[in-house]
Each structure stands twice: as structure tokens, then as C-alpha cells.
Design a protein around this ligand. Structure first.
Ligand code: HEM
Length: 508
């Protein structure tokens, strides 16, 4: 037999090309068969789960909904049509069942899905707590960060929120009060966003952005954050979410703190604020960054976490406040009842009319109707509604869905159908889609407990529950108490849900 000399390649380029040319149709047919076989296997794995047509074969409809900014509406429609666990892609399920979602979030073997969370990285190749998909590393980081959020190590938290709320009240009183002879319109949605951005920069970066003081989107932070969220939503929807993380492409397309505009510019400013704070002492219990440093975050980690907080902590809280205020304003019955409770609180000294003193969080929590209004506000206009996907552990898992045992195959992706869950008639009754704070005075203790448990899922659960929940509640309580809203608001017109954050682009 003829053998090639040892130093000649066994298969030359020419051999390969002529092999492909000679067997082109066979190769094409084999690839097609493999492709179809893979589709059939994938379809078969989750065939028992109902869902919108063709979602068993293609991710097209899921991706389209994601890019469109109204994915939560598609999810809601799917959950209401097909049940509490629905297939929305060949390997993707969503659930509106509070029990299933609670289970998924406390069973340690579930993990965050890469396709969604990795795409939430802000810096090229670097994770922050929200994008971390490795359970061990995530748990370690959470331990380092939790004390700062609990307020125990951060006595400056509440005074900082009070100071920013005072800025908001001063702005309204000095510039936007209407009189009998002149109406002064004000874009409340924008001012609320300025408020939450000023709060998060004060507590998370050690320095206030100054949006309220200047009554403008300083350095276009809000605009660049909206653009960044839009870009990452589109990238995820097109299946390119992970491209920015590839070593040879990522560093050219990811935003850089050296950029003069947009997201990168915002990164640069946040990093500068963090650097200034890190240069000061951090050995006494004081603010958030000091607590992170005491718990061992390196300088680079500190920068990433501080930057991530600006996104995690501003738009969601602004949405919760806007939604609640909108419902209060458009429901005169609720408005009058709430105003009466607040007036009585002021008269009985629970709070003070003195404009320089803001109601304390502890005092606000004692007002039952205010608490009902807040729960109802975040329920009716849920701020974070999709999808927070998790991977089912490799061996699969059995969950209880509507009283029946259901097996979820290993590696399946399962996410959250938030709006359907929080508008579920089985939990909240026939008028589940309406804003009615009185439902929170439910007499049946079992029913009330189920409602509270479901409502608490607005902030996630278990291993990944929102760390900023106490901060958000603090802000929402104070602003609703202090801002006396009246007027004739226009309907919200342009709302998009970008990478899970609501963006309202017209005033109300
Ligand atoms: C109404 C306002 C808010 C809502 C509805 C909300 C909702 C959520 C949800 C659902 C999660 C869980 C995500 C998951 O399961 O992967 C989460 C995580 C998180 N939130 Fe919030 N959030 C709000 C405000 C805030 C604020 C004000 C801050 C910061 C001060 C914050 C910081 C965080 C952080 C750091 C995480 C990541 C926790 C982890 O990965 O362990 N959030 N949030």
C-alpha cells in the first residue's frame, strides 16, 4: 500500500475541497437531517407543556416579543390562555404559579441562565452580583453586600433619602405650583426618575448626581441608561446577548469608561465617584461603599457593583412610584381616603407638617391604608415582570403545578410570567386587574397569606431576592406620603419594557 511521506499532511486543502465538491448533496442532506432530528428531540422533551403555536419548534416568537419591549404582555396572554406553566420556546418555559416560582428560587441546584444574565454584564468580561450565574460566586458576593443593604451598617441611608425628597419638594414648590391665573405643567414621571437616580447615586456612589437640584438629566444619565437597556434587550432578542462578552469582539463593542457619550460616559462618571469615595476612610459604619469595602470587595469589584446598583435601583423604583401615583391620582375614592389617613397622621403627630421634616419609614409603616395602597400599586403595575430565567438542574426536577406532579427535564430554562402572576384571579379574585387597595384588608387569613406571599415575589425570592427591597420600600413610602398629587393626568402612552425595566417616554 502507498503511504504518504511522514512530513506531508495526511489530508491537503485540495483533498478536502474535492471531497466536499464530490459529496456536496450528501453533506447538505446529513446536516439537514441532524438539524431536523435536533428540533424533533427538543420538541419532544417538552411536548406535554402547552404554549402558543410553533413555540415548540422555534424561538422566533419569544425573541420577537423580547425585542418589541412588550414581552410581559405576550407572556401574560400565553399564561392566561394556556395555564400556569407554558412553553414559549423549544427549551423555554414560563410560570405564573407562585408556588413553582418560589420552589425554583429556593432549591439550590437551580442556576441563573447564561443567555439572559451574562448579557446583563455592563463591563466586558466582568460580572456584578446581578449578572453572576455561578451559584457559589453569587452566594459569596451576596454575603459581602447584604449588610450594607440591611441598613445596619449604613445609618446614612434614611437621612440620604430624606435629603433627596426635600430636593424634590423644593423643586415642585419653587417651580411647578399652579395658581388661579396660571397652570404650570410638570412631567412627574421625569421628576420621579430624577428622584430615584439622585437617591441611588447618593447612597450607592457617595455623591448625588444633582438631577433635582438642576432640574435636568445631568450628563444625560437617564437617556444613556435607556439607550443601553434598549441595546441589551435587542441584543438578547436577536440572540447576540453573549457576543459582547466574546474575548476578541467584546472589548471593541462594549461601552468603555473612556467614551465621551452614552453609557460609557456614565460608567466613567460613576467610577470617578467611587474612586473619590474609596480614597476616604471606610473603617466606621457609615455608607454603602464603606460597608462593601469592609467586607472585602476589591477596588474593581467596588466599581462594578456600584455601577450595577444605579441600574438595579433606579428605574424599577421609579416605575413602582409612578404606577402607584398614577393609580392614586386616577381613583378619587382612594385619593381621598389616603389623604384623610395622612392628614390624621399629621394631626396626631405621627408625622409633622413642618416641610423640612420628612415622615420616617417607621411612622409610614404604621399607616394601614398607605401600606395597602403600596402593595396594590406594585401589584397592579408590577415594576419587574419578566423573565429572570433559571436552568433546571441536570437530573431534572419535579414540581407541583395546580395540584399535579410535573417533571421538568434537566437543562430546561424556566422563567417568570410576572404580570400574569400578580393579576391572577385565583389569588386575588375576579377584579384582580383593578386597583383596589381594600383587597389587602381581606378577612380570610389563609387567602390573605397567599396574597401577601405572591405579592412579595415582586422583589424575587430566596437566593436571588432583591437586596434593595428595604431601600425601595423606604423611598416609595416617603414619596407617596409627602407628595400631594392632584390633577388630571394623561394616560401613560409610550411604555416599553427594556431588558426587564419599564421605560416611560411620555409624561403623565
Ligand atoms: C420597586 C423597586 C424594585 C423592584 C421591583 C426590584 C426587583 C428585583 C428583583 C425581582 C430582583 C431579583 C432578580 C432575579 O431573580 O434574578 C432584584 C434583584 C436585585 N435588586 Fe432589586 N428591585 C427594586 C429596587 C432595587 C433597589 C432600590 C436596589 C438598590 C438599592 C436594588 C438592588 C438589587 C440587587 C443588587 C439585586 C441582585 C440581587 C442578587 O442577585 O442576589 N433593587 N430586584
Amino acid at each position: 500500500m502507498d503511504r504518504k511521506p511522514w512530513n506531508e499532511p495526511y489530508l491537503t486543502d485540495m483533498d478536502l475541497r474535492s471531497f466536499i465538491a464530490g459529496h456536496f448533496w450528501q453533506i447538505l442532506a446529513s446536516i439537514s437531517i441532524l438539524y431536523v432530528a435536533r428540533k424533533v428531540v427538543l420538541y419532544h422533551r417538552l411536548r406535554k407543556f402547552p404554549g402558543p403555536p410553533l413555540t415548540g419548534f422555534t424561538d422566533f416568537f419569544h425573541n420577537k416579543a423580547f425585542i418589541g419591549g412588550r414581552c410581559y404582555e405576550w407572556y401574560t396572554h400565553a399564561s392566561e390562555t394556556y395555564g400556569s406553566i407554558v412553553r414559549v420556546g423549544p427549551n423555554t418555559l414560563i410560570t405564573s404559579s407562585p408556588d413553582v416560582w418560589t420552589h425554583v428560587n429556593i432549591k439550590p441546584a437551580y442556576k441563573r441562565s447564561n443567555w439572559y444574565y451574562r448579557a446583563l454584564r455592563i463591563e466586558h468580561g466582568r460580572d456584578h452580583i446581578f449578572s453572576q450565574t455561578d451559584n457559589y460566586k453569587h452566594g459569596q458576593r451576596r454575603k459581602q453586600m447584604a449588610p450594607a443593604y440591611s441598613g445596619k451598617e449604613n445609618p446614612e441611608l434614611e437621612p440620604a433619602i430624606d435629603a433627596r425628597l426635600r430636593d424634590l419638594l423644593n423643586l415642585i414648590r419653587s417651580k411647578y405650583l399652579s395658581t388661579e391665573t396660571r397652570v404650570v405643567p410638570m412631567d412627574l414621571a421625569k421628576k420621579v426618575q430624577f428622584f430615584t437616580l439622585d437617591v441611588i447615586s447618593t447612597i450607592g456612589l457617595g455623591k448625588c448626581f444633582g438631577m433635582l437640584e438642576n432640574d435636568t438629566d445631568v450628563s444625560n444619565y437617564a437617556e444613556s441608561s435607556e439607550k443601553g437597556l434598549h441595546a441589551s434587550g435587542v441584543a438578547i432578542g436577536l440572540g447576540f446577548g453573549l457576543i459582547a462578552q466574546l474575548p476578541w469582539i467584546g472589548k471593541f463593542i462594549a461601552p468603555s469608561p473612556k467614551d465621551c457619550t452614552g453609557f460609557g460616559k456614565m460608567m466613567g462618571t460613576c467610577f470617578r465617584y467611587v474612586d473619590e469615595r474609596a480614597a476616604k476612610p471606610f473603617d466606621t459604619p457609615s455608607d454603602m461603599l464603606a460597608s462593601f469595602m469592609r467586607h472585602g470587595l476589591t477596588h474593581e469589584e467596588l466599581r462594578s457593583e456600584a455601577l450595577e446598583q444605579v441600574f438595579a435601583g433606579s428605574d424599577n423604583t421609579a416605575t413602582a412610584i409612578r404606577g402607584s401615583l398614577l393609580y392614586i391620582m386616577t381613583n378619587p375614592r382612594v385619593y381621598r381616603k389616603l389623604q384623610r389617613e395622612i392628614d390624621e397622621a399629621v394631626q396626631t403627630g405621627i408625622s409633622s407638617e413642618n416641610s423640612s421634616r420628612i415622615v420616617s419609614y417607621a411612622q409610614a409603616k404604621r399607616l394601614p391604608y398607605l401600606q395597602a395602597v403600596i402593595r396594590e400599586g406594585i401589584r397592579t403595575f408590577t415594576p419587574a415582570v419578566n423573565t429572570f430565567p433559571r436552568d433546571v438542574p441536570p437530573g431534572g426536577d419535579t414540581v407541583i403545578v395546580d395540584g399535579k406532579l410535573v417533571f421538568l427535564p434537566g437543562g430546561t430554562c424556566i422563567g417568570y410570567s410576572g404580570q400574569a402572576m400578580h393579576h391572577d384571579k385565583a389569588v386575588y379574585g375576579e377584579d384582580a386587574k383593578s386597583f383596589r387597595p381594600e383587597r389587602w384588608f381581606e378577612k380570610d387569613p389563609e387567602k390573605l397569606a397567599a396574597m401577601i406571599k405572591t405579592n412579595d415575589l415582586v422583589f424575587g425570592h430566596g437566593n436571588w431576592q432583591c437586596l434593595g427591597k428595604p431601600v425601595a420600600y423606604n423611598e416609595i413610602n416617603k414619596i407617596i406620603f409627602e407628595v400631594n398629587v392632584t390633577g388630571n393626568p394623561k394616560a401613560l402612552r409610550t411604555i416599553r419594557n427594556l431588558t426587564n425595566v419599564f421605560v416611560v417616554t411620555e409624561k403623565f
